[in-house]
Design a protein around this ligand. Structure first.
Ligand code: S3P
Length: 437
């Protein structure tokens, strides 16, 4: 087990590039595999989750070369995947298993996909149901609601599917399956989830129509390889943003961050809390907005977060809770039940671990209430094998008195393996990452 130690920090200064966006890196490898020809993906996130996707795609006969953060994928077209010889392993990655299941549902072969203990507890019925409606035969534990999933695909029919909760993984699974059937497949969401799949399909030249909360994709459209530059991950940048807000003397510039409006809720939330945060150098890369984010030490105050804002900041809620613990006043986060079925139960994990450090965090049935301004103390805390919990606790450690030891810190490798180095370079005190046996 790895342990990350973080000390109380007074200053954070400098410029940093965060690693490539996790959601976009997964999609880039998947779509490049279905394109015809050799695609080049730059600034790919070399983390456990995205490498799981690459390994699964390789196991279906696609040549993938990795060189630092550049990936070349030798796509063989829509019908170019071959039957994997063994079980596909998605590790901790919900995006890998859910999006790939959509692609597997479109194949004429049989495949089995599974993941680690956390992933095998996460709900899969939300994707197996629509994929079964499209004609795929899928078997999984508890009537197809838990992995491992065995998928016998092929001969799909297009559907119009109304998702019960806003989920980009569900939307994407259905749209990717839609690539393999004649006609238009449509997904209608209750609120707009991240739209990277739609944007990337368009970038590859696939016919996609977006109207309000509906997205439609035209199937059986062959597309060609292309060159993709993955923006920096706003979800990783969020940890540095909150760190800069909380440390008494800080100015941090985060370069080339993806600022897709379906993801940028964290910036709106921090602004509503009084953060000194500015976005400069706005530009576009493959339909995705990108910019540099400047954050300075801020006096934060409590806020209320619910509805669509939660969807636009779903992965950032743990670090928002950290900001709220250091803020004046109360913060209430509602409509966030989805947090219970992430890599860990993030409502329980945040309440339990932040509580150990002196924060007043109360669990609500659909969120959290945090009474800010309590003195924060370094403590021994647990990652719950969840990268975003480990990262949030590290940020909390900067603002706490004494040392914070985060047990189970190896999960940082899921999305931000270089986080301890980045924090130390900016001036984080007492940063030590010790890889256990
Ligand atoms: C993701 C979608 C979100 C998010 C996850 C990545 C994606 O999950 O929490 O970290 O890449 O599509 P849901 O689709 O379950 O909301």
């Amino acid at each position: 087990m790895a342990v990350l130690t973080v000390g109380s920090t007074q200053q954070l200064h400098g410029e940093v590039n965060v690693p490539g966006d996790k959601s976009i890196s997964h999609r880039a490898v998947m779509l490049a595999a279905l394109a015809r020809g050799r695609s080049k993906i730059m600034n790919f996130l070399m983390s456990d989750d995205c490498l799981r996707t690459a390994a699964c795609i390789r196991n279906m006969g696609i040549d993938i070369e990795l060189d630092h953060d550049t990936v070349w994928v030798a796509g063989k077209g829509l019908d170019g995947l071959s039957e994997p010889e063994d079980v596909l392993y998605a590790g901790n990655s919900g995006t890998t298993i859910r999006l790939l299941s959509g692609i597997l549902a479109g194949q004429e072969f049989t495949s089995v996909i599974t993941g680690d203990a956390s992933l095998r507890r996460r709900p899969m019925g939300r994707i197996t149901k629509p994929l079964q409606l499209m004609g795929a035969r899928i078997i999984g534990r508890q009537s197809g609601s838990l992995a491992p999933l065995a998928i016998e695909g092929g001969s799909l029919r297009p559907i119009t599917y109304r998702t019960p909760t806003a989920s980009a993984q569900v939307k994407s699974a259905v749209l990717l399956a839609g690539l393999f059937c004649e006609g238009w497949t449509e997904v209608i969401e209750p609120a707009r989830s991240r739209d990277h799949t739609e944007l990337m399909l368009k970038a590859f030249g696939v016919p996609v129509e977006v109207e309000g909360l509906s997205v439609r994709v035209k199937g059986r459209h062959e597309f060609k390889a292309c060159e993709l530059a993955v923006p920096g991950d706003l979800s990783s940048a969020a940890f540095l943003m909150v760190a800069a807000c909380m440390v008494p003397d800080a100015r941090v510039v985060i370069r080339s961050v993806g600022l897709n409006p379906t993801r940028s809720g964290i910036i709106d939330i921090l602004k509503s809390m009084g953060a000194r945060i500015a976005v400069v150098n706005l530009r576009e890369s493959m339909g995705e907005p990108v910019g540099d984010v400047i954050v300075e030490s801020s006096r934060l105050s409590g806020t209320a977060i619910s509805g669509e804002l939660v969807v636009r900041a779903i992965d950032e809620i743990p670090v928002v809770a950290v900001a709220a613990a250091a803020a004046e006043g109360t913060t209430e986060i509602r409509d966030a039940e989805e947090l219970k079925v992430k890599e860990s139960n993030r409502i329980a994990a945040v309440a339990g671990e932040l509580g150990k450090m002196g924060a007043a965090v109360h669990e609500l049935p659909d969120g959290l209430r945090i009474v800010g301004g309590k003195p924060l103390m370094g403590a021994e805390v647990d990652s719950h094998h969840d990268h975003r919990i480990a990262l949030a606790l590290a940020v909390m450690g900067l603002a706490a008195k004494g040392k914070t030891r985060i047990m189970g810190a190896e999960c940082l490798a899921v999305s931000y393996p270089a986080f301890p180095e980045a924090l130390a370079r900016l001036g984080g005190e007492g940063i030590e990452y010790i890889q256990g046996p």
